[in-house]
Design a protein around this ligand. Structure first.
Ligand SMILES: Cc1cc2nc3c(=O)[nH]c(=O)nc-3n(C[C@H](O)[C@H](O)[C@H](O)COP(=O)(O)OP(=O)(O)OC[C@H]3O[C@@H](n4cnc5c(N)ncnc54)[C@H](O)[C@@H]3O)c2cc1C
Length: 374
């Protein structure tokens, strides 16, 4: 009998738990630990902010969903991991103290490092959880003129909601008759496009300019006051409404493992095994792969990690391997969408598609995910 412990009830952890339940016999024990019993479908948060769906449309109860799959669910806060004693320390929740494991899958996502931007807490909106998305939606309702800045901080590694927010805001203001009174500026911390190639970056910029949205690149925000965003070198930008994606860092509970890069992301090999520790795998935003951090990557990595844990329990070498691809759909808020696909482990530009299908596909993906996992 093996005890498999999965940390984190997001895309990576949920898929890993489901795959293990399919692949392991009943004699093995599968436990999923997560901070809250609510699974949140993050890609729909921009739609939530703009009132296009309700909180209950993008979340489901993990305890019930896992029970149906014979996975023990524990709602608790993970504090530390001792990879040598194979023990996880729980700070508080359904259980307190220590949980032992034979195999561990670490899927605690990433941390929002808002402390790296002076004034972020006081002056910025973001939409990276349900409450913050609703709060930003209220700020949009009360905003009628001036400049809106929508941007990413250095290290935020998530361009999709930045573009979707700019498109949705432009459309909302036009519907209300306020568009002519508002300047919208999208801010990127670096030379946007290095990751996706010139053609894709040009297409995105064109979509912005068609909506009279200004694009400002190489503007790494470091400090905020009530109405001004500043870089370290003293460049500044005024705003009346701000939505900013904060810097990301690896999950705090990974810091004791001694296997992270400078930003706290866990080093893994393509079988999703943590480099330097036995019987520990990792999946999702917490791992150290280059580029944006996306849900489809977490899903594939959770699948690979679970398949290889099952193989290892069976005495076999890893049978599944992760291949690093970037795929995303940006919903343009007018029934159109742009789809981008890039092989991250090869040179060459991204493939780009554009049209009504992609916007529909993104919404359909949410429905499919919820029906098939809840
Ligand atoms: C607004 C927004 C839009 C996005 N749009 C897209 C998109 O269009 N396409 C796409 O592919 N991706 C998109 N993403 C990215 C995608 O949501 C993430 O890549 C994905 O959620 C990562 O999954 P994960 O399982 O690694 O981490 P998470 O989903 O973050 O899950 C981590 C889990 O661990 C739990 N946890 C964390 N720390 C602890 C702890 N100490 N103790 C216990 N539990 C803990 C958390 O509560 C959470 O349940 C978007 C994200 C956001 C925020």
């Amino acid at each position: 009998m093996a005890r498999v412990l999965i940390l984190g009830g997001g895309f990576g952890g949920v898929v890993a738990a489901e795959r293990l339940a399919e692949q392991l016999g009943d004699e093995h024990q599968i436990t999923l630990v997560s901070r809250t019993r609510q699974f949140v479908f993050y890609p729909a948060l921009v739609r939530l902010a703009f009132g296009k769906c309700n909180p209950k449309d993008l979340s489901f109860d993990l305890r019930t969903a896992m029970l149906d799959r014979r996975v023990n669910f524990i709602e608790a806060e993970v504090a530390r991991i001792d990879p040598f004693a194979r023990i996880v320390t729980i700070a508080h929740g359904d259980v307190e103290g220590r949980l032992s494991y034979d195999y561990l899958i670490f899927a605690l996502g990433r941390r929002l490092a808002t402390e790296r931007i002076t004034g972020f807490y006081e002056h910025a909106n973001h939409l990276l959880n349900i409450d913050k998305a609703i709060q930003f939606g209220k700020a949009v309702d009360n905003f009628h003129e001036g400049r809106a800045v929508i941007g990413m901080c250095p290290g935020s590694r998530l361009p999709v909601p930045m573009f979707e927010t700019a498109f949705a805001l432009s459309r909302r203001l036009a519907e209300r008759g306020d568009r002519d009174r508002v300047k919208i500026t999208v801010v990127s911390p670096d030379q946007f496009g290095m990751e996706i190639g010139d053609e894709a970056a040009t297409a995105l910029r064109k979509m912005l300019s068609e909506r009279q949205i200004e694009f400002l690149h190489n503007f790494p925000i470091k400090r905020l006051t009530q109405n001004v965003a500043m870089t370290e070198l003293g460049r500044s930008l005024d705003f009346d409404l701000l939505m900013l994606l904060p810097p990301f860092r690896g999950a705090s509970a990974a810091s004791d493992l001694g296997v992270t890069n400078a930003e706290g992301y866990i080093n893994v090999d393509p079988s999703m095994r943590v480099i330097g520790h036995d019987r520990i795998y990792a999946a999702g935003d917490c791992v150290n792969f280059e580029g944006a951090k996306m849900g489809h990557m977490a899903v594939r990595q959770g699948d690979v990690a679970a398949t290889n844990v099952a193989a290892e329990i069976d005495g076999q070498a890893p049978v599944a391997h992760y291949f690093h691809e970037l795929k995303f759909v940006i919903d343009e808020a007018d029934n159109n969408g742009i789809y981008l696909h890039k092989n991250m482990w090869a040179d060459g530009p991204a493939t780009l598609r554009h049209g009504r299908f992609w916007s529909w596909a993104k919404r359909a993906q949410k429905e499919f995910w919820e029906v098939s996992h809840s």
